[in-house]
Ligand binder design. Sequence first.
Ligand code: PGA
Length: 540
Amino acid sequence: MRVIVCNDYDEMSKRAAKLVASQITLKPDCVLGLATGSTPIGLYENLAEMNRLGEIDFSGVTTFNLDEYYPISPENDQSYRYFMNEHLFNKVNIDINRTHVPDGQTEDPEAECARYEKMINDCGGIDLQILGIGQNGHIGFNEPDNNLNTVTHLTGLTQSTIDANARFFKSKEDVPTRALTMGIASILKSRKIILLASGRTKYKVVRELLNEGINTSVPATMLKVHPDVVLICDKEAYASMYLGVDIGGTSVKLGVIDGFNNIVYKDSLPTHKDKPAKAIIDNVAKVCSDIIARFPVSAVGVGTPGIIDFEKNTVSATNLPFDNAPIVDWMKETIKLPIYINNDANCAALGEAVAGEGADVRDMFMVTLGTGIGGGIIIDKKIYMGAKGDAGEIGHMCIEANGIPCSCGSRGCWEKYASVSALIEQTEAAAQKEPDSILAKVVEKNCVVDGKTIFEAKIQGCPVAERVFDQYIDYLAIGIRNIINIFRPGIVVIAGGISEAGNMILEPLVKKVNSSVPIRISRLQNDAGIIGAALLGRDK
Ligand code: PGA
């Protein structure tokens, strides 16, 4: 299979039109096999224009269309006969009697299919066949199946095709569920085949087509047995990549992911949070532009701390100078691609759910332990946003009535007991109370208390550190049990700096939570946020 990669849809349409025009010029009475769908519309526009300019003559051309819905009347504006008349036949000097589309009104589909197949053969077969490709790899309406019907036949449409085609109908219920279609052998008998693919929704299937061997679950791979197939696609269909930006208090991490969620390029820059918000974002946008110039990126996703007002598209964050900052609008001044934004904890959860520990389950809950406690809820592989986009503030669920006061105005919030900041406070208090303990010595030696101090003292066999840690795990377990009771997710994933402690934290936690729901440490760590942000663009 020859592959021609074009910059965009227009170039793809022009390249295809030139090949079809050459066919007509070489053999004015040629037989063309035609396709419908959104992809070939540009090709037909180009052909109509060439015909108008007198560059090609359709008067001797015969056409056969790949398929037609069943049942449907040719007058129905969703029928493929109507489509062809509108987009090509009415605009060129073709003899309408030489244009053929399977009869969607036939009372005997089997006889109609046999008649259609015979008619193609009687015309000497198709010289040049145009094909689109479905997101599930179908060509014509030859859907993925164990056995592919070879000749023209009546077939049922798969749900994914019905969903993909629903955009042309008033509602999903109006999409016909059956169609008459040429079979794979009818298509393969054509002397020459042009396969068109455009846009990022086709990236995955184009990758499968190019990378996989012949198999019936991607029907288009059957084309690999044909000696003269050319795939003409645009860059987005050939190599769509997504840029994820994870804004943090200290650094901004960026990464480009391919269609299989692999990070193919990574970068980072200091946030410079002392600067005004606009300057920070301009700097990020500039680095994004440099990356976009080097990779075929088709969308950008941004994960940011703080609260996002999804109506106004602004961000306010306490640990960054963002006060109703229109981050996306600012980035759009430099970047001419779709840009999507979400909370950083949500992005990390999405990344982990799709490409990390949550890859095998549908529903996942991610708990990020840091200065506070963040939560990301993934239901059916999608971020659960809540009514206003701010669901998942689990750090502020109450675990102790009249407990420690929290900056949110409430008392007894989980993050006052189980965040890394809380662990540091607990460590400091214990070291002060027990000045002769190993813990106090470790604190004295390090001159500073951080999230690692307690582990260091524990390793040295300090019973005070053991006690503090045990109490901390108790607090952590209470919150996680609450989460499990409410959500029963397929998995709970622990993320944030403290997860570096690995089994030292996981084992006692699993024991105390004592649930059949698996609890794991984030596999992707910092990459989860980048991948999740990038996925915001892909899964739109
Ligand atoms: P599309 O359909 O051109 O509308 O994407 C292609 C196909 O389903 O074959």
